[in-house]
Design a protein around this ligand. Sequence first.
Ligand SMILES: C[S@@+](CC[C@H](N)C(=O)[O-])C[C@H]1O[C@@H](n2cnc3c(N)ncnc32)[C@H](O)[C@@H]1O
Length: 403
Amino acid sequence: MTNTSSRKRRRTSTLPQDSEPSKHDIFTQWCLDRGVQIQNVKPAILPGRGVGLITTAKIKQDDRIMFVPEKPMFKPDATVFGKTQTKTWTQKASPQVQLAMSIMQECRKPESQYHKWKATWPTPEELLPTLPLFWSKTLQSHLPPSLQQPLERQRLDYEKDLSTARSFANEAGVELDEEDFKYHWSIVNSRSFHFKPPGARPGFMVLCPFVDYMNHGPSGTGVKVSQTPKGYEVDADRDYEPGTEILATYGAHPNDKLLIHYGFTLPTPLNPDDDIRLDSLLLPAMSSSTTSALQDVGFLGGYALLPATNELCFKTQVAVRAMLLTANEWEYFIANGEDLSGDQSGRVREWVLGRLEEFRELAVEKIEELEGLEGEDKDAVKVLVGRWRQILEAIDRYEREGR
Ligand SMILES: C[S@@+](CC[C@H](N)C(=O)[O-])C[C@H]1O[C@@H](n2cnc3c(N)ncnc32)[C@H](O)[C@@H]1O
């Protein structure tokens, strides 16, 4: 990917207060006209996170902040490429590709009412360079080892969805604009919601107006979002002062997941959901008999250092013991969560410390390489350097006082 530092960025200030309504004012009115209830929040441009929602007055815990009825949600349309394809639609197209193809085709109509909504989304120039899936091979190769497999899976999913979209368009004799598809697929990837209208299949996805302005916060920091048969309700999780951003928790996501899926990370001390994956250190050190023993008990892979508590996860405790202890001692630990013959956590820590040295060297090397890279997207490089620094800090802290 070429350097896009000159691409248009959204200004990091409050929204224009001119007499002319902004695109966000126009969309807010569009929502209100369609029965969306909005209480004491408005969109605002927030540094480093695009647009989000901030409070305009005090809000009390449990107050209703928003309600979005089903009607203004955007749903997939099985006839988007012609009526003949409705039969194969649910068999061949994933919920994500259904929604992406539908919104893309809808927005091709000059008279579509959804242009007012689309105007509030990040543009392709703003969105696509943030997503690792569309980074250059060089940048992708600088993702942590834990993200190489998820990246490959995402690539395969995208290729499959693109090929489905191509075949629906071909059958209908319509030309697929692949760049446009890529953009709408990415919009759906970052701002769709599950909603199941009566009769729909599980996994049904929709775009949900106004609540899609909410940015992500880690576990314990998000408003209460509930799906009811009538629509989406959003209630305050705590009291809010005016001018505070309200966040939604997209899931208890570690930074790896946030990075690969959305292209951002949270500061580690503020993200209790974060973990530093250690599979690339543990798996190559295992004999094939250890690997199959771990597989048999469901403990193969998914090893992590947890920065929030500075501890190794239980799976790591089990896996390292599988390499250090006798079968008897190891089975006792799995069954009881403690060691048969004296606490072995010191030995586990020593073993892990030895391996972490390699990981530290890799992190230092990657940061140096990234900082010397020319011609790559500067924001993407910054996000990657940030993630490697978090890894480095977690290793340092574990070396000093981890358990
Ligand atoms: C549902 S949208 C939220 C609205 C979005 N910020 C916008 O400008 O339209 C999700 C996207 O917002 C951004 N985002 C969400 N939470 C964030 C956070 N905590 N920090 C940085 N970016 C965030 C990511 O680009 C993500 O893909």
